[in-house]
Design a protein around this ligand. Sequence first.
Ligand code: HEM
Length: 383
Amino acid sequence: MAMLSNEAAIYSLLLVVGTFAFLWFTANTWASRRFSPTDYFALTGVRAPQALLDFDVDKANARPYRPFRWEYHQTMSLKSMDPDRWVELESTYRERIHQRMELYAIHNKKIIDWLPGSEDACRELMEMVIQFVCARYPRQFQMDAASGLFRNDILNIVSDTTNIHPLLFLLQHIPEDFLLTQEDKTSGLYVFRAGVSCSSIGWNVSTKIGLPLADIHGDVPDYKEKMEFSMNRFFTNMKIDKPIQRGSWGIEVGRPLFLQEEDPDYRVHVPDLKLRDIHLRVDWQTLRRLPKSRAICFNFKALFTPIEQFRTEPFIPRLLLKILRDGKPSFMEYKSFSHVEGIVVPALQEWVKEQEDKGWVPADWKERTLDEDPFFPGWESKL
Ligand code: HEM
């Protein structure tokens, strides 16, 4: 009997301790899920964006980013981020959100994944993005911090931010990719630890997660020799109040967002390819350090422009032609031009001649990065 009552006492004790532990754990988990009232503009020192009170997402054009540089060296080529444009919405919003949700339904961890230890950084990122879009697009988005409910008036939906993974929330509302890197305490290197990404050609979240920057960029020509050292130093020293932006570009057939090597149309020669099928794809990227977790967030969106548009953009055909003809062969191969070269080069040659005849570009102009980089003279009139 005494034995039994001892066992019962130990059992009761375990039950009480277990219940307390469970309640404590739940309370803490719950607490971390509440929407924090932090003012991230004040905390980061990056000012709030100007509110766009007349914004109409269906009519908004992306700016014509043309990040072509000459001499074309493999460098970081960073500029300060414009605080108004950390996240930018434009007329493809609805279509993109739909496409991204579909991609996630099909490819799952190739689109979204996170490693243990990234939870706080993901949450902080979501809160910062919410605060930004509510300040920039107040007619489209509203957040009620007390209830944790986020209202999206473009899609006409309300999301409860307290019971959704932050990366899923971002997938549902923001058509940009977000990749979070965190410092590995042992090596000091920055490692990709959580992200949502649909704009990936030849790679995906599952092929890069858990890797340090050097391994992520393993296929990028000259990365090891020309960039690795400065990238690692830049990430280690990056300041919270100094976000940056840069552009990456490629020439694509159609408008592929997510394309993998095993896809049948992955960079193959298309018979009967027309000029109108070819697009410039620009991934406009920003990089910033989050103030609480100190993770570094890399976010970007893919923008497509028919290459035929270059005809009306002074200097752009000439600059691109120079890069295609005289760029470093390893880089041209990485950018995979060969399947479109036969069509793009003659068209550019024709437009170069036309722009010289019209007096838009002096015939003796020596190719160089434009003063308007990443744009071109007169780009504002194209909006
Ligand atoms: C200052 C920061 C960064 C710079 C300067 C940079 C630079 C580059 C460059 C030059 C390329 C080749 C494509 C091109 O842009 O022409 C590239 C590709 C890529 N970058 Fe970065 N990168 C940066 C940060 C990151 C971060 C933080 C991640 C992920 C966490 C990342 C992921 C990738 C991936 C996945 C590719 C494609 C690689 C492939 O083709 O396998 N980058 N990056």
